[in-house]
Design a protein around this ligand. Sequence first.
Ligand code: PLP
Length: 479
Amino acid sequence: MTVLEKSGTDIRFISKVKESQDSKYEYSDSELNEIGTEYCTHGDKVYAEPIPKVFRDCNGVFMYDSEGTPYLDLEMWFASCNLGYKNKRIRDAVVDQIDTLPQISSHFLYDYKVLLSEKIAKANIKRFGEKGRVHFNVGGSQATEDALKLVRNYTHKNRVFSFFGGFHGRTLGASCLTAGYRYRKPFGHFADEAHFVPYPYCFRCPYGKKCDSCNYYCVQQLRREFEDNCAGLYDHSSKDCAFGAFFVEPVQGSGGYIVPPKGYFKELKKVLDDFGVLFVADEIQMGFYRTGKLWSIEHFDVKPDVITFGKSLTNGLNPLAGMWAREEIINPEVWPNGRTHSTFCNNPVGMRAGYEVMKTFEEHDFETEVANKGKYFLDGLKTLERKHKRIGTVDGLGLALRIECVTEDGYTPDPGLLHKIMEESLKGDLTYRGKKCGIILNKGSHYNNSITLVPAVTISYDEIDMAIELIDQLFTRVS
Ligand SMILES: Cc1ncc(COP(=O)(O)O)c(C=O)c1O
């Protein structure tokens, strides 16, 4: 039986509804929750719903609950599945790898590690005109750790900059760069905590300025700090900087999908170059065409020294991540064997998935497609902004989009409203074309009031229409 029928349009969430829950699953939802309550830690989850939602299947841009009800997914495993769930091409490649060379110790060489490294390195020569090398590890946080080590190894400095609202992972080292105090609070004092700098969040400018007239006031403030011999950043007599690098999310992810003004990073880079600070672009969440470019930093006409990446590298089929750096920083003379290594860091299943992902991106014009779909989606959101007073602003770049929930005054952040929307979205009782469905949203932001939308880059226009309709229903319901 189909849940939502195809009706001459491009909606691809046909699913079989099971006839009876008991006949299909060995454990019911409530049994799973009972066992989980008894035996699972809560420490490795992000959100704390009292009763976590159980899903049983996924396909394309949909997840399916135990009733077979489809949920349009605008979160996609925190941006890890940009090419959609169960993408056949990536799946077939992984299965072939499992049948061919599924396991190999990382000091031996095999084809796909080399070929994936070549793809990423050549993609960066094309984009930035820079030769470089690629280094892998098993997750985004580990890629951040490796980048921190790389910066220390090259600059012999252990202090770095990061942004208000920045998120770079939760290992101890990565937590030093992750701005929110709540991430560090239970773990004591962090001696190497980054120097946090205001992000260009122009809708809520930390300096109370207006974007069109501020002349990058926030960057000028940082320059002033560097110029002050007593501010702690730079020793003007020996021309020595206390800091090795600035870790940057070119579009802020967990901070709430905030897009800086076009010229911002060029201005920032001038300051960093003047005082000898490396530019590390964290593309873990915004990479792989989320914003319509392989790397989101490409929108800002700046050449990074280091790029970290993860999540959608394998389309969620293997926890592989990594970093690329300019040759000068990462060549074997300065970065020899064993500088960082983890048993699974060069695993062949991940490399094969990553290779197929990169090939898929090379063979389709996602740059045009994501730009067009992103504009279409954002236009739909702007219509909702005009209709619903409780939407303060909508914005985005490519398919990285946000909606800010606000109070009646149209500006004050309203975390309570966001909470209600998140609750309603997962009930599975919205309707589209007369059928029951739900929607999966993500949240983030400096003020805990933004819905962040992270659809697969393969989402269809009809599915975007469905998203707009369902978000409209949610705001109508809670307002
Ligand atoms: C920008 C950014 N950097 C780093 C990380 C950490 O990656 P992981 O969760 O794979 O450790 C994340 C995760 O959300 C992220 O969004």
